[in-house]
Design a protein around this ligand. Structure first.
Ligand code: LMR
Length: 395
């Protein structure tokens, strides 16, 4: 039965991770996969998470099933984290939330829900977008189109082209929007763009599907969702896929959630039931550990303040690295890399060719994704100069 299966080319991000692991050179830099690293190059467990884990050992009293929709309290807490507890959507009870295995689980459940409701839907994704959006959404049978986003010349959003392509979307189409820290470009919508997007979505009756994987790593926990919150106070229906891999450092614990915002509270229970049934048909129930920790942290003032402090440190480190990198690269190469300072979150495109990327990997042991996306958080005081010299040698 399986003898004719052909091998696949490796996933662009996970394949690079494996290549890096197998590279025996002593001095090497991994700027591939989007994982936060500290100045020693480690991805430590956050202090608040460690503390919550200790508490879990004493508090947890059962390993019995939790149900397809996960923990009710967790779902409530992440609704507040995304929308703010005073948001009209929460007050009106027009939101159904399901705990999911990471942000990918949330995207998948969202895609399956859309398919269930309207099987021939088209989803518009930014060009470029995170590589895994395509299999996650397309795999559910949704049609994928793209809209203009990043301009490699200006290193900004090509706004006129973006809105021009979005005008082509048809009534009922879905628009996938990166909530903050756009992956892979680091270029985010500003206040005006969120306003214009909201107007367009309302006028054309389009459904926003927001991927929120980096809340707190752009400008701040609240600041990063200002545009989303305003949009959701106007647009009646939407999906928001949340990941807690990055901001809680829970990557391997697969911790996320999907919010479905509805036009009426009358259908909240029905939608919750549908979400649970989709999950039941894929993985039955979400893993409990990561969500337990997030719940514990968000529900405890002391743990929450330790966590926000750590998150602020991470964001500050990335922003300092961006300044340093932009300055040092510009000085060393006589080229303008100052755009790196203005971008947000972990990623930026360096804007170099595939050939230069290959030389950096093969000759200098510097790894980045083929698109020239770098994970800025992979740099530190020990490797920044090595990286700058490597780039200088190839540009
Ligand atoms: C990334 O973009 O590198 C991360 O989101 C990790 C992943 O799963 O691709």
């Amino acid at each position: 039965m399986f003898e004719n299966i052909s091998p696949l080319t490796a996933d662009p991000i996970l394949g690079l991770m494996a290549e890096f692991r197998n590279d025996k050179r002593e001095k090497k830099i991994d700027l591939g996969v989007g994982v936060y690293r500290d100045d020693h190059g480690n991805t430590p467990i956050m202090r608040a998470v460690k503390e919550a884990e200790k508490q879990k050992l004493t508090i947890e009293s059962t390993k019995s099933y939790i149900g397809p929709n996960g923990s009710e309290r967790y779902n409530e807490l992440i609704q507040n984290m995304t929308l703010g507890s005073n948001h009209v959507v929460i007050k009106d009870r027009r939101i159904a939330t399901i705990q999911t295995p990471g942000g990918c689980g949330a995207l998948k459940i969202g895609a399956e829900l859309i398919k269930k409701v309207k099987g021939n839907s088209t989803v518009w994704v930014s060009s470029p977008t995170w590589a895994n959006h395509i299999p996650l959404l397309g795999g559910a049978g949704l049609k994928i189109n793209d809209y203009h986003y990043y301009c490699p010349v200006t290193k900004r959003i090509n706004k006129s082209k973006m809105f021009e392509t979005l005008e082509k979307a048809s009534d009922g189409d879905i628009i996938l929007v990166h909530g903050c820290c756009h992956n892979p470009s680091g270029v985010d919508l500003d206040e005006e763009d969120w306003k214009n997007l909201t107007e367009l979505l309302a006028r054309k009756n389009l459904l926003p599907f927001i991927d929120l994987a980096y809340q707190g790593l752009g400008d701040g926990l609240e600041e990063d969702v200002t545009g989303i919150r305003k949009l959701l106070s106007i647009i009646p229906e939407a999906l928001v896929a949340c990941s807690y891999s990055k901001n809680f450092g829970l990557y391997r614990e697969r911790t996320g959630g999907l919010h479905v915002i509805l036009s009426s509270a009358d259908i909240t229970n029905a939608v919750s039931g549908q979400l649970g049934s989709i999950a039941r048909g894929i993985y039955s129930m979400p893993p409990a550990h990561g969500a337990f920790l997030v719940e514990q942290i968000l529900d405890d003032g002391c743990l929450k303040s330790i966590w926000t402090g750590e998150l602020n440190e991470m964001r500050g480190r990335i922003s300092n690295l961006r300044m340093k990198l932009a300055t040092e690269l510009s000085e060393a190469t006589n080229l303008d890399f100052n755009f790196i300072m203005n971008q947000k979150g972990m990623f930026s495109f360096l804007g170099i060719s595939k050939e230069q990327i290959d030389i950096l990997k093969n000759k200098h042991a510097i790894y980045m994704v083929d698109s020239s996306r770098i994970n800025v958080a992979g740099l530190n005081s020990n490797n920044l100069d090595f990286f700058v010299q490597g780039v200088k040698a190839v540009v």
